[in-house]
Design a protein around this ligand. Structure first.
Ligand code: BES
Ligand code: ZN
Length: 615
């Protein structure tokens, strides 16, 4: 008996789930889903089987073959990270039917009321399962080792439609009786009037964190032979999204050339409401995106390149547990930059590497008292993955792979990548499996690169590297000159877009005079930027430099977006530091209290943890 993942109750002696059949009845009046899940195990099992759950009410556990009740117990002991283990006591069976209801606090789900949507007419609900939130939607072995196929029937109000990280089969009227419930007959709510059923199937096996749906008043635009962009059915939003992502097919082709065939058939995009907590989430066949990536200059392509790259690194080859998260994000960051380089050129790729480098250097400061979190391979026993989310797996992982590329040359590294993906596709692997494969395919690599220091050591290895490019170097040196009162001249910034400004702002010295910050904004209007990367980088500087005149913009920003990449630095800047003024902390608390309901539950938890650390 041993757990296979620090974030799951799944035990090494248990058979793994291979298929899940789901029925969901969405009740927007209570913000809950009455559901059933039919789990198929890899082999018949006798004994206690433990499933992960969080915030679920379990109604029954049934053997679907004999239709008899299976004894079960839902632990009353709630683990703050892992949730509540559900133990079912089975006897020689391989299928288990569970009926249950989600709760308003289910951490994967955000329920939006009509006023919280663009059109203000209908409610909206969507999921975010990575890393360990799928268990708050259905009981499962919520760890990336078991790969499951699934089908799902979503019973929703007829004015709405649904999308999933799966193939859409049909939209139809509910079948009267118990046909769509998986529950017993007579549940009139399953057959009610004004309802519609959307059916999906996922034929490729995926880890549970890639399970996803969204339900709302959705529309779409076609942008390529295998890509539609979905969003709330507002023509201006759909048009802007279609324009921003027009180059998607070109990127898929680059991905195929570099990493092998695209295995997921479709690559659709869903633009979510502003509360979406991430920039993007690589849900297979249907990537989820924040609306803040739509900037009108196609720069959102970088986030799409990243989520697209996950189609190979992450979704085909998956980290076995979060301890090996760098295998997902480090590889994907590397792959993203290769795609960006191919479609936008070397200078833009170098800029991204430079922004990433600064991010990595800053994380070393953030984790100086917890060096464990600066390692590529981590030990997350007792650690909530949402609390320790950082740039380290992305940027140190990127640096490691870039280092190998420099060692063996691009042609050899490209060949290695193709081989690696082909060898491990549809498998979940750990750092050692990667290292063994590397050593077997690149003989002698361990003599040239200190693989142990890279994967197990803390900090940034000495053979990591800042990018070399003229614009990158120019922007960084301009930023360093700011301290001497030198502001960039108009002609120097004439060609700058969001990423150049972001790099510039992030490289400014830590403490600058508030008068300088104000002068910079007077000239370049950064606090009014439509690009949130720029706006937030500027506001962070404004807070640290004590420019109180920007607090109304800070408040407005914290209330209009829920992307954690923006919430984290702004709330942190407000509350962190020994000399921090009391007013700032009170301000942060008030804004959070007022904005809280508009954030996704995951973002609520993360902001809470930032505030509780410093107040
Ligand atoms: N898979 C991540 C998002 C994620 C990570 C969700 C960990 C939950 C837990 C996604 O691919 C990602 O990295 N998104 C980035 C995009 C960026 C690197 C271009 C983001 O959201 O900022
Ligand atoms: Zn990613």
């Amino acid at each position: 008996m041993a757990p296979i993942d620090p974030h799951s109750f799944t035990d090494s002696t248990h058979p793994l789930t291979t298929h899940i059949s789901l029925n969901f009845y969405f009740d927007f009046t209570t913000s809950t889903i009455a559901s059933s899940a039919l789990l198929t195990l890899s082999a018949p099992y006798t004994g206690d089987l433990v499933l992960d759950t969080r915030s679920l009410t379990i109604n029954s556990v049934i053997d679907p073959v004999t239709n008899s009740q299976i004894p079960f117990s839902l632990s009353t002991d709630v683990d703050p990270i892992k949730g509540q283990p559900l133990t079912v006591s089975v006897s020689n069976i391989s299928k288990i039917l569970i009926t249950f209801v989600t709760s308003v606090t289910s951490s994967a789900l955000q329920w939006l009321t009509p006023p919280q949507t663009f059109n203000k007419k209908f409610p909206f609900v969507y999921t975010q399962c990575q890393s360990i939130h799928a268990r708050s939607i259905f009981p499962c072995q919520d760890t990336p080792t078991p790969r499951v196929r699934y089908n799902a029937k979503l019973n929703i109000p007829h004015q709405l439609s649904a999308v999933m990280s799966a193939k859409h089969l049909e939209r139809r009227d509910p079948i009267l009786g118990c046909g769509d419930s998986g529950l017993c007959c007579g549940e009139s709510l399953w057959c009610g009037e004004g309802r519609i059923v959307e059916e999906f199937v996922m034929e490729q096996p995926i880890p549970t964190y890639l399970f996803a749906f969204a339900v709302g008043e959705l529309g779409f635009r076609e942008v390529g032979p295998r890509t539609k962009v979905y969003a709330e059915a507002v023509p201006s939003v759909l048009d802007a999204a279609a324009k921003e992502f027009a180059g998607t097919e070109d990127m898929i082709r680059v991905g195929e050339r570099l990493f092998g065939e695209y295995d997921w058939e479709r690559f659709d995009l869903l633009v979510l409401p502003p509360s979406f907590p991430y920039g993007g989430m690589e849900n297979p066949r249907m990537v989820f995106l924040t609306p803040t990536v739509i900037k009108g200059d196609a720069s959102g392509a970088q986030v799409v390149a990243h989520e697209l790259a996950h189609s190979w690194t992450g979704n085909l080859i998956t980290n076995k547990t979060n301890d090996h998260f760098w295998l997902n994000e480090g590889f994907t960051t590397y792959a993203e930059r290769r795609i960006v380089e191919a479609v936008q050129g070397e200078d833009i790729a170098a800029l991204n590497i430079g922004i990433g480098w600064k991010g990595l250097v800053d994380e070393m400061e953030r984790f100086k008292d917890n060096l464990e979190l600066t390692k590529l391979r981590t030990n997350q026993e007792g650690v909530d993955p949402d609390d320790v989310y950082s740039q380290v797996p992305y940027e140190k992982g990127f640096q490691f792979l870039w280092r190998i590329e420099r060692q063996i040359g691009r042609a050899a590294f490209d060949e290695f990548l193709l081989k690696y993906i082909a060898a491990f596709k549809f498998q979940s692997i750990d750092t050692n499996m990667f290292l063994d494969f590397l050593k077997a395919n690149v003989p002698g690599i361990e003599n040239d690169i200190d693989l142990k220091t890279w994967t197990e050591g803390t900090g940034i290895p000495a053979d990591a590297m800042e990018p070399v490019s003229n614009i990158y170097t120019k922007i960084v040196s301009l930023a360093h000159e700011f301290k001497q009162g030198r502001m960039p001249r108009e002609e120097e910034v004439a060609s700058w877009h969001g990423q150049q400004w972001e790099l510039y702002l992030e490289n400014l010295p830590n403490s600058v005079e508030s008068s300088q910050v104000i002068a910079l904004d007077c000239r370049y209007r950064l606090s009014e930027s439509k690009d949130y990367e720029v706006k937030v980088a500027f506001l962070q500087l404004a807070i640290v430099s004590r420019c109180s005149e920007y607090y109304n913009v800070v408040e407005k920003t914290l209330k209009e977006v829920g992307r954690m990449k923006y919430l984290r630095p702004l709330y942190t800047a407000l509350v962190q530091g020994n000399t921090k003024k009391e007013e700032d902390k009170i301000f942060a608390q008030r804004v959070f209290a007022e904005a809280r309901e508009t954030y996704h539950p995951i973002a609520q938890g993360v902001v809470e943890s930032i505030l509780s650390k410093h107040l």
